[in-house]
Design a protein around this ligand. Structure first.
Ligand code: ATP
Length: 355
């Protein structure tokens, strides 16, 4: 039996009924609705203004119903309505970023996963404390510009899709940086990026055992990032700057990748450590998470970030991936979420996967 994350009061709105898989119409919502539908669960799409028309083009991923709000920030005002609908909110990157991690954490509607994770992920210093205390290697962090001894990347807090990041070849180049919010200075790691899509199930009693349950690897991608990709990352920077172009990491798409098979043990080890430590720190991270890191030429894996929910890179694998096909045929992350909800309900263990 795992950790109970939700009180009876929090789960009252879904007791004794089929829960409704609910999310904000953006990011990975098609996959989330598609997966829920495949598992026979009802779906509700929260739209800002009119429901987006693109759902009409994808009948198998169109939510059964829509709930329109003027702004995402208005969601707390419709919490009552969401409870009446029997909603379980599925967090994704845009949902949490637009609503704000703090508001999300206090919303009185059942949420898939442990919302305590938001406080650890949205603050880059706390995220580092979590990962480093789990024994995960991260890019070096510099407290001050004076300490910088090589190329660095300066990042703001929160999931901003790499927006506004600043690259500096060396300490001198860092002098041009003008902060516009809380930031961290990190070693710029040279290597190949991998974004590994894991799922932690505290309900599972088989597979790659971690904590009370097990982890599954369902896919892997690399992001297409405008305008930095690929070769020009540091070298062409000065030329670009002369032309008035600042390098950015705005994500414009994703490509599927697989890891050298001999590196898979390393990737599972990292994921397992992150989960084990999350259980000690705040009762565990449940459901989808993405380990985002860079493999260096000496095969060291440095994790620059984890996303503690479904990432958009999983959209590549709506009909399965090279990894998920070996877990179950045609298994997407969206469908895996729906399966976990169904299992939690059937076994009377929803309090272990919802908060
Ligand atoms: P998201 O939340 O969408 O993942 P973010 O704003 O939190 O984005 P990061 O994921 O930390 O930003 O970084 C954005 C991009 O910057 C990465 O995808 C990667 O290409 C690059 N990057 C981040 N950290 C490093 C690093 N230490 N060395 C080299 N490149 C890095």
């Amino acid at each position: 039996m795992g950790v109970s994350l939700a009180s009876d009061a929090r789960l009252a709105s879904i007791r004794g009924r089929v829960p409704t898989v609910t999310t904000l119409c953006s990011h990975s919502s098609l996959q989330i609705f598609h997966g829920a539908r495949a598992e026979g669960l009802p779906t509700l799409g929260i739209s800002v203004g009119e429901p987006p028309r693109f759902y009409d083009a994808f009948p198998l991923a169109r939510p059964d119903r829509f709930l329109s709000v003027p702004k995402v920030k208005d969601l707390p005002h419709v919490a009552d309505r969401l409870r009446r609908e029997g909603a379980i909110l599925i967090p994704h990157g845009s949902f949490v970023e637009y609503l704000g991690a703090e508001t999300f954490a206090t919303l009185d509607v059942p949420v898939f996963g442990n919302r305590a994770v938001l406080g650890w992920e949205s603050d880059r210093r706390k995220e580092r404390e979590w990962l480093e205390s789990a024994g995960v290697t991260m890019p070096k962090r510099f407290e001050t510009a004076e300490e910088v001894d090589g190329p660095v990347i300066v990042k703001y807090y929160g999931a901003k899709g790499g927006k506004g990041f600043f690259l500096a070849k060396n300490r001198e180049a860092l002098a041009d940086f003008r902060p516009t919010g809380p930031y961290v200075i990190q070693e710029y790691v040279l290597g190949t990026r991998y974004y590994m899509h894991f799922f932690y199930s505290p309900l599972s009693d088989r597979g790659y055992r971690v904590g009370h349950g097990s982890i599954e690897l369902l896919g892997m991608d690399r992001r297409d990032e405008a305008n930095i990709d690929e070769l020009y990352k540091l070298g062409a920077q000065e030329e670009l700057l002369k032309a008035g172009i600042r390098p950015t990491f705005v994500v414009t798409g994703n490509v599927p990748v697989v890891l050298r098979e001999s590196l898979l043990p390393k990737s599972f080890d990292v994921a397992a450590r992150i989960i084990e430590r999350s259980i000690e720190l705040f009762g565990g991270m449940v459901g989808p998470f993405c380990v985002e890191g860079i493999m260096t030429e000496d095969l060291q894996f440095k994790v620059f970030e984890i996303s503690t929910r479904i990432v958009a890179g999983t959209n590549l694998f709506i009909s399965g991936s090279s990894y998920s096909d070996m877990v179950a045929p045609g298994l997407s992350m969206g469908r895996r979420i729906a399966q976990e909800i169904k299992r939690g309900e059937a076994e009377g263990r929803l309090s272990e996967i919802l908060s």
